[in-house]
Write a protein that binds this ligand. Structure first.
Ligand SMILES: C[S@@+](CC[C@H](N)C(=O)[O-])C[C@H]1O[C@@H](n2cnc3c(N)ncnc32)[C@H](O)[C@@H]1O
Length: 139
């Protein structure tokens, strides 16, 4: 089996194989601009405390092309029930972070399903928890 190419430069280790490239490092050091067609964010924005989310969103905004799409999955719940993470991120905050550069559409909303694999997670204990799925399109 062929190993991926491994390249260490700037603050990232990059692994490349065929048309897949993985950059491993501290996201807050990421400096590429206008490179990507798509962003998939599951449990990343909601893993950060509020004061870090503006910085995070500013980096993401630079890394996606005009017309690019960003699938964003967040949780919404009464934050007084648990301290987080994951933190509750409401629609108003998503608009505050992204509506200057993105068209925002909520495409799905509901309580996540808990099964044998994840029912022990903290999330399963939260009353009124909703998992909200947004598509953001860069304009
Ligand atoms: C809640 S996990 C979600 C992982 C995965 N996206 C998922 O849905 O299962 C949050 C992830 O963000 C990573 N993370 C946190 N801070 C980071 C940073 N500054 N740079 C890169 N990754 C970070 C953590 O290592 C962790 O893997």
């Amino acid at each position: 089996m062929h190993q991926p190419n491994k390249l260490q430069n700037d603050n990232f280790t990059r692994y490349t194989k065929e048309n897949i490239s993985i950059s491993h490092g501290n996201f807050f050091d990421f400096q590429e601009s206008n490179e990507y067609d798509y962003i998939y964010d599951r449990a990343a924005l909601v893993a950060l405390p509020k004061e870090m989310r503006i910085n995070y969103s500013n980096i993401l905004k630079q890394t996606i092309k005009v017309g690019g799409k960003y699938l964003l999955i967040v949780y919404e719940y009464d934050q007084s029930q648990i301290q987080g993470p994951p933190f509750s991120v409401e629609e108003k905050e998503i608009k505050d972070l992204y509506q200057d550069q993105f068209k925002i559409e909520l495409i799905e909303s509901g309580r996540p399903e808990f099964n044998a694999n994840n029912r022990m997670s903290t999330l399963s204990t939260i009353k009124g928890l909703r998992e909200n799925v947004y598509i953001l399109e860069k304009i």
